[in-house]
Design a protein around this ligand. Structure first.
Ligand code: UGA
Length: 440
């Protein structure tokens, strides 16, 4: 059976999902209420940076397998399976997630449904949301449409979005009927045939699987960053410590990279929304440890500022600071909750002249953080700097020749906020290298 698929919400998740569904051979209609986004996608342009995505988008738009629209009526007529891929940002001034965009999709789509279909939520939502939305679908969908809801969380990473979508580690579906399971087995037939674990469960487990995974990843990062704090006091080296514990398969070396910590549109807001939801459910004690995970993460940013200040003789006033990196991680132009820009902003507030350079995130950085000063290149950012901060581990920064860069700075001080530079190479070129969680 060939399913026609709609993907509602063409942000990061939705664009990737729509393109990958087309790549799997489905006819796909993407929908967004933002007409500018739709216009850009229809011209084959992805409005954010994600390796491999744009050529695939262009291919499927050109070949007519992927179309884009702003019309719910069209989407309702077209789709056998409707994927919801809209955002669930943190509410202003609160920890809880704002699920209003997901609700808007149900309100926009369900009244127009005229035939049997499956609505599949992919957005990250507080546990319990799917059950409420399923009731709303039943209320709104006209009789005879046999519309039904299921939940299928997404685990893709920015920078690897296409690969993660086409070849996921696992697929998790929360369903209320065998019919829904059957449809999703057909949609994901290629991945299931390739041996991808396919876990069929209820709504709550599926919703929790997503936030539990992100909470675990955040905890792993904060754990190693807490060890970095200890190393600073005890004279240890956290990178060696991470290797030493990471060789134990039960622990694993992945996500034990210490530094200025996690940012982005997912981990920080997801752990906060998870805590808020636990509180609503009367289970807040279960997640109080996530407060500490969050606190450790934020402390690393202030520690980085302190290290940089030490390199400036104890004051930023009248000093020049170069910041290499603006994206929350490499291979992305996403600056949401970027630790790099947070650190840059804190240093600027303390009186330094801060110049930032990033290979891909300059446009977003200058749009959302307009008060910072931006440079066109590494050399431009570092000219006359009293200290250079390496805050997003792009390859371009790792490959930079420290000897040449040493010629343009005022002082050869490098703070490696990602513990990713080759310390001996920088030291050999006459730099004083400071890492986080590494003995001086
Ligand atoms: C994260 C999860 O990894 C995905 O599985 C999930 O699907 C996604 O959130 C989501 O909820 O949509 P992403 O935000 O793309 O993916 O980024 P990560 O690769 O997880 O990195 C998050 C942050 O942690 C970055 O700021 C990164 O620099 C930092 N990090 C990561 C570390 O500080 N140390 C590490 O060892 C790993």
């Amino acid at each position: 059976m060939t399913h026609r698929i709609t993907v509602i919400g063409t942000g990061y998740l939705g664009t990737t999902h729509a393109v990958c569904m087309a790549e799997l051979g489905f006819e796909v209609l993407g929908l967004d209420v933002d007409a500018d986004k739709i216009a850009s996608l229809n011209e084959g342009r992805v409005p954010f940076y994600e390796p491999d995505l744009e050529p695939l988008l262009r291919k499927h738009v050109d070949e007519g397998r992927l179309r884009l629209t702003t019309s719910y009526v069209e989407a309702a007529e077209f789709g056998d399976v409707h994927f919801i891929c809209v955002g669930t940002p943190q509410r202003k001034g609160e920890f809880a997630a704002d699920v209003s965009y997901v609700e808007d999709v149900i309100e926009g789509l369900a009244p127009h449904l005229r035939r049997a279909c499956l609505i599949v939520g992919k957005s990250t939502v507080p546990v319990g949301t799917a059950a409420v939305l399923a009731d709303r679908v039943a209320e709104l969908a006209p009789a005879g449409s046999e519309a039904e809801l299921s939940w299928n969380p997404e685990f893709l990473r920015e920078g690897f979005a296409v690969e993660d979508t086409l070849k996921p580690d696992r697929l998790v579906i929360g369903v209320a009927s065998e019919r829904a399971e059957g449809i999703l087995r057909e949609v994901y037939a290629e991945q299931i045939a390739a041996g991808t674990p396919f876990l069929v469960t209820n709504f709550a487990t599926a919703e929790l699987a997503k936030v539990a995974a992100n909470a675990f990843l955040a905890t792993k990062i904060s754990f190693i960053n807490a060890m970095a704090e200890l190393c600073e006091h005890a004279g240890g080296d956290v990178t060696m410590l991470a290797d030493a514990i990471g060789y134990d398969d039960r622990i694993g070396r992945k996500f034990l990279n210490s530094g200025i910590g996690f940012g982005g549109g997912c981990l920080p807001k997801d752990i906060r929304a998870f805590m808020a939801r636990a509180g609503e459910l009367g289970a807040d004690q279960a997640l109080t440890f996530l407060r500490e995970v969050d606190a450790i993460n934020i402390r690393r940013r202030t520690r980085t500022v302190d290290l940089a200040r030490e390199c400036c003789d104890g004051t930023f006033v009248g000093k020049r600071v170069a910041v290499l990196g603006a994206a929350f991680k490499p291979n992305s132009d996403d600056v949401r909750d970027s630790p790099a820009l947070n650190v840059a902003g804190l240093i600027q507030l303390q009186g330094a002249q801060v110049r930032v350079y990033d290979p891909k995130a300059m446009e977003n950085a200058s749009r959302y953080f307009p008060t910072l000063d931006y440079a066109d290149s590494i050399v431009d950012a570092c000219a006359g700097a009293d200290v250079v901060l390496h805050l997003t581990e792009w390859r371009e920064f790792r490959d930079t020749d420290p000897a040449k860069l040493g010629d343009v700075v005022a002082q050869r001080y490098i703070v490696d906020g990602r513990n990713a530079l080759d310390m001996s190479r920088w030291e050999a070129a006459g730099w004083t290298y400071r890492g986080l969680g590494r003995a001086v």
